[in-house]
Design a protein around this ligand. Structure first.
Ligand SMILES: Nc1ncnc2c1ncn2[C@@H]1O[C@H](COP(=O)(O)OP(=O)(O)O)[C@@H](O)[C@H]1O
Ligand SMILES: N[C@@H](CCOP(=O)(O)O)C(=O)O
Length: 294
């Protein structure tokens, strides 16, 4: 079998741990039963020898497969990774969602998206990346009594992402421990009202309101201070015509949403201004993970 899992961008400014969207940038994993277990890695992560011996995809896959099928078995895993690691593009969620869904499939179970999503929450405490990795599109999620509830809206071809991807990794786990434990009433009200408004803005496709709706007071600027050039990225992207410009997940990538006809222009401006960073245009993904039999 082969599984394709999309990159995701979480928070979208004020929707900390709640809002996310799915990008047309996929990891592909091919899995075949084999008497000798083995791993090959191409693309992102290929330069990390540790991922050949301690691979979270492989560990989660075996844990779920053994539980579902009631037996242990060896497999060959071939990874072709396009999602950069630790850049705020949901690489860890792609691993978790991909490993669970493929383990269900190889164990002969029906792969129900809701089951994969809820199982994924056992490995990642916040649903904002795993929900779009499972369902695609723009997603808004809540967790109630340990269960994830997600509303999805497919995104049209009339908008695109322009991603600015610094070469500096930022660990999500580490960055979460550095956020404050308490927020003021003003900060809470700002984020609640903006996250609710941003969801409605996506649902109603009122793209001109995206920037206003995406203003955060909880995490973004604190995190951007680790790489102050990101303030310039945001300023230049908005001046070049981006509809919104937010830190992607915990960073270091910046997500700029643009009208499709303006994507190449915004990309050219950002590429020129930040030659040391990777700048790519990317369509949105509306499917979430997909499985192919081979
Ligand atoms: N393709 C991959 N294969 C194996 N492990 C991966 C892969 N992508 C990410 N990981 C794991 O996830 C970690 C990055 O997680 P995290 O800091 O949450 O970054 P991100 O913001 O990209 O999700 C990596 O250090 C690695 O342990
Ligand atoms: N809500 C999380 C999102 C982390 O996304 P990632 O792509 O950086 O893993 C957070 O802000 O910590």
């Amino acid at each position: 079998m082969k599984i394709y899992i999309p990159a995701t961008s979480a928070n979208l400014g004020p929707g900390f741990d709640a809002l996310g969207l799915s990008l047309s940038l996929h990891n592909r994993v091919s899995i075949t039963p084999s008497s000798l277990g083995s791993i090959s890695i191409k693309g992102e992560g290929a330069d990390r020898p540790r991922l050949k011996t301690h691979n979270p995809f492989v560990s989660i896959f075996h844990e779920v497969y053994t539980q579902m099928s009631g037996r242990k078995r060896s497999f060959r895993f071939e990874f072709e990774n396009k999602i950069p690691l630790s850049r705020g593009l949901g690489s860890s969620s792609a691993v978790i969602v991909g490993a669970i869904a493929s383990a269900y499939h190889m164990a002969g179970m029906r792969v129900e998206k809701e089951n994969v999503l809820n199982r994924a929450l056992e490995y990642e405490s916040h649903p904002d990346n795993i929900a779009p990795a499972v369902h695609g599109g723009f997603t808004t999620s809540i967790v109630h009594e340990g269960k994830v509830y997600t509303q999805k809206k497919s995104l049209p071809e009339s908008i695109k992402a322009v991603l600015v991807i610094p070469d500096r990794p930022m660990s999500t786990a580490k960055s979460r421990t550095q956020l404050p434990k308490h927020y003021s009433m003003k900060e809470c009200v700002n984020n609640l009202s903006h996250a609710a408004f941003l969801s409605a803005t996506f649902l109603n496709e009122q793209w001109d309101l995206l920037h206003l709706a995406s203003l955060d007071m909880m995490h973004e600027e604190r995190r951007m201070r680790q790489l102050p050039e990101l303030f310039r990225v945001r300023k230049m992207a908005l001046e070049a015509g981006a509809l919104m410009s937010t830190l992607s997940g915990s960073g270091s990538t910046f997500l700029n949403i643009v009208r499709t006809e303006e994507a190449e222009g915004v990309k050219a401006v950002l590429k020129k201004a930040f030659p040391e960073y990777r700048v790519d245009t990317c369509a949105f993904d509306n499917e979430g993970f997909t499985i192919e039999n081979s």
